[in-house]
Structures are given as C-alpha cells and as structure tokens.
Design a protein around this ligand. Structure first.
Ligand SMILES: Cc1cc2nc3c(=O)[nH]c(=O)nc-3n(C[C@H](O)[C@H](O)[C@H](O)COP(=O)(O)OP(=O)(O)OC[C@H]3O[C@@H](n4cnc5c(N)ncnc54)[C@H](O)[C@@H]3O)c2cc1C
Length: 343
C-alpha cells in the first residue's frame, strides 16, 4: 500500500488485491456517509447496505490503511484491562454488556468470514496469554478466575504445556482462550470492502474528508475533488483520524507497535513453534506478540515505531529476542517485511 514496506509489509504482500474503487468527484448523495474504511466503517457499510440503506464510505487512502491493515491479527475476546475492571468503571449492567460483546466478538468475526467467504487465513485455535515470571503468573490466574465467573472457556496452562504449545521455555504458564484466534488483517479488511460493494455500498478511496458542515438537516462533506451530501454521518476514523474529526486523537493514548516477519520457517522447525497455530502475546509491560502466518512465517511484534533509525534498532532487537525465546530454532535473521502503526 503506497509502496511503503514499513506500514503494511507482509500483509500487503499476501493479501488479495484491493477492490476497484476511485476517488469521489463532483457532487453525490447518500443516506448514510461513513468516514473511514477500517473494520468499523466497512462493517457498518456492509450491514447497512444489506439492510437496504444507501451507504457511502469515504476513505482517505484505501480500505485497511489504518490499524485494520497493519495489526497483529489477533482476534481477541477481551481487552488489556481485567474483565472486572469494566464493571468497576462502567457499572455492573454496562460492564457486563461490554464483556458479553467482547467475549462474542471472535465468534461474530469468524461467522462473518464464513458467510462472506473471505479468504483471510483464519485460525480459530485460540490465543495464549503467556506469563512472564511470578507476576505474570499471578496476572493470568486473576484473569482466569474473573473470566471463569462469566462462564468463558479460558484455561490455565502450566509451564510444560505452555512450552509444548509455544515452543519456548520463556514462560511459566499461559492462559488459553478458546474463543479467540488469528486472521490476516488486511485480507479481512479487503474482504469486508468487497462484500460491502457487492451488497450495494459505495466506497470512494483517496478521498480524505477535509471539511464537514451541517446545513438544513443534512451534512456536506468535502473532499479534495468532490462533495458528498448525507442525511447521517458515521465517523469511523479511530487513531488515524484527520480532517474535521482530528480532535478524537486528543482523547486517545497512542502506542506505536511494530511487527517483523521471518522468512517461512523450514519444516522441522515450523512444527515446533505454535504447532496448534494459536496467537500469542505475553504479560510484560512492554509486551511482545508472536503468531504464524499460513506460509509458516513467524510474525513477531513489540512496542516501538519502525521509522527512521528505529527500524534497524527494532529489527535487531526482535532478532535477539527471537534467539532468546527460541534458541534452537529461531531463523538466522528476521525478514524485511515490517508492519507498524499506532494502536
Ligand atoms: C500495530 C498494531 C497492532 C494491533 N494489533 C491488534 C490485534 O492483534 N488485535 C486487535 O484486535 N487489534 C489490534 N490493533 C488495533 C486494531 O487494529 C484497531 O482497533 C482497528 O483497526 C480499529 O478499526 P477502525 O475501523 O476503528 O479504525 P482503522 O482501522 O484505524 O481505520 C480508520 C480509517 O479512517 C481513515 N480516515 C481517517 N481520517 C479520515 C478522513 N478525514 N477522511 C477519510 N478517511 C479517514 C484512515 O485512513 C483509516 O483507513 C492493532 C493496531 C495496530 C496499529
């Protein structure tokens, strides 16, 4: 995407090509305008179009340009915070509602992928939240106890089972969440975009919204070359917000995160790392994540930005971390396919 290997890297190389979209020109009309073509905007467009609503997406670059096309691809069933924390902050009713939605999220994603026939390397084999040291073990025990009270299918693994499942002796245990899994994130975004188009939505790419004016009960949305008139607007720009809604960014905490991908691991090694193809991350404050792709590459990530000299530093650090975690089987070096962005 945009020829930048450090933004979408491997995901760009292995995703199906983007759909046939063009920039908005002239004046167009729609019932619902959606700003941003990530998971939020594309899913909203798909479901509205399926319900018979005239819906139009305006995307600054192309579907999946933001977090949706650069992430680790962990289809999680929760958040970083502890499950009980949600009720403490939101109150018991709203907290429980959010927990139910989060817990059901992976099932909904997998059902959508199946119904729409999206080819995005789905693995429904769960995720492993790997414990580093005794503090990490205490954390995953607490998580397990809290999720178990909500009837969630989460299980604590001891050090031996964690080692067998990850291929690494770096962890003293793990929390296996059977609801979760992994996808190829950009392929999923492009699949959602194609399905939304098929359902009747319109998607204009290369169309950043520069200005939004409410006039006579309608919205006038201006891009570089056109105007969209809409009855309603859904803003789905998240961390990549620019234009009229960039104040959203001031309400967010931006955490840079990078991924590097190894070349496909040779047979013999490939089967020793995540043989069950779970997605994994750990309990460190500066966390690391690792997962395999369909071709047997390991995608390894951590906190940091792949920009300027940071690219070489993070790649070297990732290589050293891989050697530490998988001393007998780490690849000779990590590949050049970096992916990064702000989570
Ligand atoms: C490196 C990284 C790793 C991550 N790992 C995971 C993970 O493993 N699992 C997980 O669940 N989540 C992960 N996340 C978070 C996840 O990617 C986001 O939560 C998700 O992408 C949010 O989707 P969205 O549609 O709301 O926003 P985005 O996907 O960010 O899409 C927003 C879109 O809005 C567009 N836009 C912005 N301003 C305008 C404008 N003015 N006009 C038109 N278009 C505009 C942008 O171009 C962009 O395409 C990760 C994020 C990053 C960056």
């Amino acid at each position: 995407m945009l020829g930048n290997d450090r933004s979408h890297g491997l995901w760009e190389k292995t995703a199906p090509p983007p759909g046939p979209c063009t920039p908005l020109t002239g004046v167009e009309r729609t019932d619902v305008a959606i700003i941003g073509g990530g998971y939020t905007g594309l899913s909203a467009a798909l479901h509205l179009a399926e319900a018979g609503v005239a819906v139009t997406v305006l995307e600054a670059v192309e579907p999946g340009f933001g977090g949706a096309g650069r992430n680790v691809g962990l289809v999680n069933a929760g958040m970083w915070v502890m499950p009980d924390h949600l009720s403490e902050v939101l109150g018991p009713e709203r907290g429980q509602r959010l927990l139910d939605l989060l817990g059901d999220g992976p099932r909904q994603v997998f059902a959508l992928v199946e119904r729409l026939g999206i080819d995005c390397e789905v693995e429904k084999n769960g995720t492993l939240h790997c414990a580093v040291g005794l503090d990490g073990l205490a954390e995953i025990r607490q998580r397990q106890a809290q999720w178990a009270r909500h009837g969630a299918p989460v299980r604590l693994l001891d050090a031996a089972e964690t080692r067998a499942r990850t291929g690494s002796a770096a962890y003293v245990g793990a929390l296996l969440d059977a609801r979760a899994g992994t996808i190829q994130p950009l392929a999923y975004a492009r699949g959602l975009a194609r399905s939304a188009l098929t359902a009747g939505a319109r998607i204009f790419t290369g169309s950043p919204v520069r200005d939004a004016q409410a006039q006579g009960g309608q919205w006038l949305l201006s891009t570089d070359r056109g105007t969209l008139v809409a009855d309603r607007v859904i803003v789905a720009t998240d961390a990549y917000a620019n234009g009229p809604w960039s104040q959203v960014r001031t309400e967010q905490v931006h955490l840079p995160y990078f991924n590097v991908a190894t070349p496909p691991l040779p047979p013999g090694i490939r089967e020793t790392i995540l043989p069950g193809r779970e997605g994994a991350w750990d309990t460190r404050e500066v966390l690391s994540s690792f997962r395999m792709d369909r071709a047997g590459r390991m995608v390894f990530g951590s906190v940091g930005a792949l920009s300027g000299t940071g690219a070489a530093i993070h790649r070297a650090w990732a290589y050293r971390a891989l050697r530490r975690m998988f001393p007998r089987s780490a690849p000779a070096r990590s590949g050049r396919n970096g992916m990064g962005g702000s989570a």
